[in-house]
Design a protein around this ligand. Structure first.
Ligand code: MSP
Length: 493
């Protein structure tokens, strides 16, 4: 069996998880569940990024140690992923002792090879990105384009990584591995005149990090520490007896946000080339989620936690939120969350579109045929269902999760139209039981396909659909409408 090893970005623990972090983990979980169903040997790594100045400062402000802050917040991420049914195989933390040791080994290997060297440097540093920026990367007003903040002028002696040495090979890699393809140009643009990068910080400024081996005055740069997690966390040493029977490295796909693409597609690939390791098959950069069309920010106060959405809509399982988030944005594009849109889409697509169709069909089957129908079916609609399976697979091959969801909904719409056009209730009234049976049997068969395809998005609901369809479980609505009163309450959240 072919393996499928997916990683997500590891989240900074200087805050609690919000719906943007959740978006990435939800689409990743859906992708992994999909490939699991297609028979791949799947492995899903996620985790937290726990070192750096920001964590150090947040902990100091809260009057706790950095480790205490990391422990508290890492737990919040784990709790949220549990609420959202994110079924990862491993949650790796950059404060894990094995990770720290292996990052030092990588650093030492590159130092011994001459790919890491000491050098004094002056430059513009953005503490938000935790990286140096070149003049050409700044906005017209001289600000960091991601954080809209003026970078600080910094001068220190650091260790540098010979990134420029690998520029040619990185470019070759980027052309085929970066997804969606339309993002390739922006990475190539960033690589014009590629400079070596600083990979350590003075311990005077950064204490909360992994020490450079044999140099107490320098701390390993947080991005080198963070990126290495994809590799260190699945090493035999880190996995121990929990190691799967198949080899994990290299990753099949790194799923990350568009803001951190250059770190992955350029820095990380350079490091792996220097390490003489195999390269990940692809890097998929997703877009960003806004709230009511505004960027989420602590200062605006519009940051939404996934747990709060579930609570305000009185949801005891995450299925409909997973579906909504996964279909919120086309692959790589930005998307938006709003309470009203959430309610509207869940009611229209899931409760009315899919849920009613299943419920009506099961009820008619019960009423007219005692719950049992024959195998005579409409071949055109069955062919359409098979075609949907191929289209959905094709989308997942390109990590197009929303596009896959739209295909499934298109099949549901087509099936609803088939029911309306054939009106099995009229056929029954007119006594055409043969045709009526054919219509119901066709719809039930298509719904089996729908429940199979929707399972990665809505695992709990799909299981109940399958039970009603094939196990004769009691017929009851599988999707409930989101209550408007509850949604109004959420507006006051
Ligand atoms: N710690 C780094 C990643 C290191 S990976 C080796 C980091 N952390 S983060 O917490 O700021 O972001 C984690 C992931 O969440 C990133 O992929 C980022 O793009 C994503 N998102 C953060 N806010 C987001 C939205 N509003 N919408 C969608 N994804 C967002 O970067």
């Amino acid at each position: 069996m072919e393996k499928f090893y997916l990683t997500t970005a590891i989240d900074y623990v200087n805050g609690a998880p919000h719906i943007g972090h959740a978006y990435e983990k939800i689409i990743s979980d859906i992708i992994v569940r999909h490939f699991d169903r297609r028979g791949r040997d799947v492995y899903f790594l996620t985790g937290t990024d726990e070192h750096g100045v920001k964590i150090q400062k947040t902990a100091a402000a809260a009057g706790i140690t950095p480790q205490e802050l990391c422990d508290q917040n890492a737990q919040k991420f784990k709790d949220t992923w549990a609420l959202l049914d994110i079924k990862y195989d491993k949650f790796g933390r950059t404060t894990d002792p094995v990770h720290k040791k292996k990052v030092q080994e990588i650093f030492r290997k590159l130092l011994d090879k001459g790919d890491i060297y000491k050098h004094s440097y002056e430059g513009l540093y953005c503490s938000g990105c935790e990286c140096f920026l070149a003049e050409k990367d700044l906005t017209e007003d001289g600000l960091c384009p991601v954080h809209n903040k003026a970078p600080e002028h910094v001068s220190e002696e650091n260790y540098f990584f010979r990134l420029s040495k690998y520029a040619g090979r990185i470019k070759e890699y980027v052309k085929t591995a970066v997804k969606p393809e339309w993002r390739v140009a922006e990475v190539m643009n960033f690589m014009e005149d590629l400079q070596d990068i600083s990979v350590s910080r003075s311990t005077k400024n950064v204490q909360w990090g992994i020490p450079v081996p044999n140099d107490p005055e320098q701390t390993i740069y947080v991005w080198i520490d963070a990126l290495s997690n994809y590799y260190t966390q699945v090493s035999p040493e880190a996995l121990g007896s929990a190691a799967p029977s198949f080899t994990l490295w290299p990753a099949t796909v790194h799923v990350i946000g568009k803001d951190i693409l250059k770190f992955h597609a350029v820095y990380w690939i350079g490091i792996l080339l220097a390490m003489e390791e195999a390269l990940p098959e692809s890097i998929f950069a997703h877009g960003w989620i806004t709230i009511d069309a505004a960027k989420m920010s602590k200062t605006t106060g519009n940051v939404i936690a996934p747990a709060d959405i579930l609570k305000s809509f009185n949801l005891t399982e995450p299925d409909v939120l997973r579906y909504y988030m996964a279909s919120a944005a086309h692959a790589g594009k930005d998307g938006n969350y709003s309470d009203d849109d959430f309610k509207e889409k869940v009611n229209a697509h899931l409760a009315n579109g899919m849920g009613n169709l299943l419920n009506r069909t099961l009820n008619m089957t019960e009423k007219y045929f005692n719950g049992k129908v024959g195998e005579n079916r409409d071949s055109a609609l069955l062919a359409a269902a098979n075609e949907t399976v191929s289209k959905v697979n094709g989308h997942f091959d390109k990590f197009e999760v929303a596009e896959a969801a739209h295909e499934i909904m298109a099949l549901v719409d087509m099936t609803n139209k088939y029911v309306t056009d054939n009106a099995p209730w009229t056929l029954a009234k007119d006594g055409d039981m043969e045709k009526c049976e054919e219509v119901l049997s066709t719809v039930l068969k298509v719904m089996e396909t729908v429940s199979y395809l929707i399972a990665p998005f809505c695992p709990n609901i799909a299981a109940r659909m399958a039970n009603q369809l094939t196990m004769g479980a009691k017929i009851e609505p599988v999707f409930l409408r989101l209550d408007s009163e509850l949604a109004d309450k959420s507006a006051k959240r």
